[in-house]
Design a protein. Structure first.
Length: 135
């Protein structure tokens, strides 16, 4: 899969539309979804995300697609990923870093603040039992 938008549009979409296996990993442990999070085509990434079953896959370093988007400073992709599954916010890579920490390490302060806010909102939501009892 090409990282360029032109390559994605001309090569990848027709292949995936015919039912190619999106879960195959390369030697870095990356799937097609990892490639799409790195390309600058948000529509293609959204298309991939909707069709992808293994959202909790990690690469050989233990990084998720959310962590990759955070390292890239790509707030739009981060919003799409979190909308699909907020549990990715709590994952840590092989070095113990969260997506927020990875965003900060690349000086993506706005992205890190957004991720921190998402984590805080998630931790303030009561569990199912607390909702039922009102505690």
């Amino acid at each position: 899969i090409s990282y360029s938008v032109t390559g994605v549009q001309t090569c990848a979409l027709p292949i995936f539309a015919r039912g190619a296996n999106l879960n195959i990993k390369n030697h870095f442990g990356e799937t097609a979804l990892f490639y799409s999070v790195n390309c600058h085509d948000n529509k293609f990434f959204e298309w991939m995300l909707q069709r992808y079953d293994e959202i909790f896959d990690v690469d050989n370093r233990g990084a998720s697609i959310l962590m990759t988007a955070a390292r890239n400073g790509d707030l739009e992709k981060i919003k799409l990923i979190i909308a699909k599954d907020k549990r990715l916010l709590n994952l840590k890579d092989g070095d113990g870093n969260t997506a927020e920490v990875l965003a900060l390490s690349r000086k993506h302060d706005q992205v890190a603040a957004f991720l921190k806010d998402c984590v805080l909102k998630q931790s303030s939501v009561p569990s199912g039992a607390e909702k039922m009892t009102g505690k």
